[in-house]
Ligand binder design. Structure first.
Ligand code: FPP
Length: 246
């Protein structure tokens, strides 16, 4: 049973529309317990389930999580394959509930590189939830922001060469429309767990004015309360977008 979320400290009028999360610290969590890293990822999946529900309950419109980067293929083969299995399991076990809750699942990144069983589950999830109108749940998978930006630049260059658009007509909106996050507002809040002060090639274009909250909590220990706390911290920030506040 999902725990009742304590949202009394939240200002309902200043909720972030889009929350992005770098779920870091699974390996360290496992190491502290003399467990294999894979167990840290499994515990991390449990945290993710809770956080998706909490975002839905809090009325956040978009949640984007960094599940697997283009650089993560460099990890030991066993760890990569376990992460792919976990993703497959997550899709199999959670899809019905997410669909019932009107959640729309999307993948940011080229998931064609994932194993066949994972691809099948992803396709099923994307198709089943395509018309849902509730929380948009973006899973960044085989995702790298530089690749995303470079691909957009190549597409744009090809359009210019083909005479479909003139260089001087290119705007930030047009460029944004070529990214995986096409049509979505940029993240208002980026949370990174486990204390690392890095962006790690995540949403470099989209986080230009995003508020960043870094928590020392390792991702498997991250709870709904940590999410609420991060949102409260966000709500106390003075967002100026490069301008001045009155
Ligand atoms: C970073 O921790 C985490 C990852 C590379 C994977 C994130 C995956 C999950 C939370 C599990 C399941 C996800 C889905 C979508 C089912 P790390 O391994 O770099 O930790 P460390 O820095 O402590 O070594």
């Amino acid at each position: 049973m999902a725990r009742k979320l304590n949202t009394s400290s939240l200002n309902k009028d200043r909720m972030p529309r889009h929350v992005a999360i770098i779920m870091d610290g699974n390996g360290r969590w496992a190491k502290k317990r003399f467990m294999p890293r894979t167990m840290g990822h499994r515990a991390g999946m449990a945290s993710l389930k809770k956080v998706v529900r909490a975002c839905d309950d809090m009325g956040i419109a978009i949640l984007t999580v960094f599940a697997f980067s283009t650089e993560n293929w460099k990890r030991p083969r066993d760890e990569v394959s376990y992460l792919m299995q976990l993703l497959t399991e997550f899709m199999r076990k959670e899809l019905d509930e997410l669909h019932q809750n009107n959640v729309r699942i999307q993948v940011l990144g080229d998931y064609n590189a994932t194993p066949p069983e994972c691809r099948i589950e992803i396709k099923r999830a994307l198709e089943m939830t395509r018309d849902n109108t509730g929380l948009i749940f973006n899973i960044a998978l085989n995702y790298g922001s530089r690749k995303e930006i470079l691909d957009a630049a190549k597409t744009l260059a090809a359009k210019v060469t083909a005479g479909e658009i003139k260089v001087e007509e290119v705007t930030e909106e047009i460029f944004s429309g070529l990214l995986y996050t096409k049509g979505m507002p940029d993240p208002d809040l980026l949370i990174r767990s486990s204390g690392e002060m890095r962006i790690s090639n995540f949403m470099l274009w989209q986080i230009a004015y995003t508020e960043i909250v870094v928590t020392d909590t390792l991702w498997p220990d991250f709870t709904e309360d940590d999410l609420v706390q991060a949102v409260v911290e966000y709500q106390h920030r003075d967002r100026k977008f490069g301008g001045l506040n009155k």
